[in-house]
Design a protein. Structure first.
Length: 255
């Protein structure tokens, strides 16, 4: 049965965000908004830091578009000035269990030092390049990223040294860069634990229940994939067990 959030039909779009008043006096930031907890928290942090937000989401050939439905909702809740959803189909060549339906999604937990099959080759490199283009076009001063090096330490494009290298590129690769106004790449969660991220989200008023982190595209999160397991454990450890899946509540509350 086809999921209601199947991503096979796609087209790039600019989502109209209603009832937004542009405040030209405030600086702008591009926020890479996947629809998940981390990206929503990074976006809320950008807002708390005094930026007006322009959201960028990517339909990259992932198994489902459920997270993009959350991204649209979050963009409205955060009062983003604009929300752009761009097609960049990385599933054309596969290489990840998130984009290749012939691969099995991991459900046994992550192993330290092992890059999981959910790593998508070049995903953050492509996404940040798009964000840099949008930032230059929209005169944004910063790009906020929800990447995290703690719980997904195997991902090579979630490390501080990766960001530092990309910042060097950003300072060379555009007209605004040559004018000394390259946007700053900011990853406020990069060294946070997942519990820290939940606590930061709560402090910033992020609607955690409206975010989507599950690798499946069903109506409810599966509670079994690695992403659900990490999220559920963090929610319960942060005292928010009511936001965890029933599977997570049963597993971690009884541990």
């Amino acid at each position: 049965m086809q999921s209601p959030f199947d991503s096979t039909v796609s087209s790039s779009e600019t989502v109209e965000v209603p009832n937004v008043i542009y405040a030209a006096a405030r600086p702008r930031a591009i926020v890479l908004l996947s629809g998940g907890l981390d990206s929503a928290t990074a976006a809320a942090q950008a807002q708390a830091d005094g930026f007006e937000l322009i959201a960028l989401s990517c339909r990259y050939g992932q198994r489902h578009a459920r997270e993009l439905a959350s991204a649209k909702q979050l963009a409205q809740q955060l009062g983003c000035l604009e929300h752009h959803i761009v097609d960049v189909n990385l599933n054309l060549w596969g290489g990840s269990s998130l984009t290749d339906l012939n691969q099995t999604l991991p459900r046994t937990g992550t192993d330290e030092g092992v890059i999981p099959s959910t790593y998508v080759p070049g995903r953050n490199t492509v996404f940040i390049a798009l964000a840099l283009s949008l930032a230059e076009a929209k005169q944004a001063q910063a790009i906020y990223l929800g990447i995290n090096a703690v719980d997904y330490s195997g991902y090579p494009d979630c490390r501080p040294e990766y960001l530092a290298a990309y910042q060097a590129l950003a300072s060379l690769s555009s007209k605004v860069a040559l004018e000394g106004e390259a946007p700053e790449l900011r990853a406020p969660l990069v060294k946070d634990s997942k519990v820290d991220i939940v606590k930061r989200a709560l402090a910033l008023g992020v609607p955690i229940g409206d975010t989507w982190s599950c690798y499946s595209g069903e109506l409810e999160p599966c509670g079994e994939c690695d992403s659900c397991r990490i999220r559920d454990r963090a929610l319960i450890e942060a005292g928010q067990s009511q936001l965890a899946t029933p599977q997570g509540q049963a597993q971690y509350n009884s541990a």
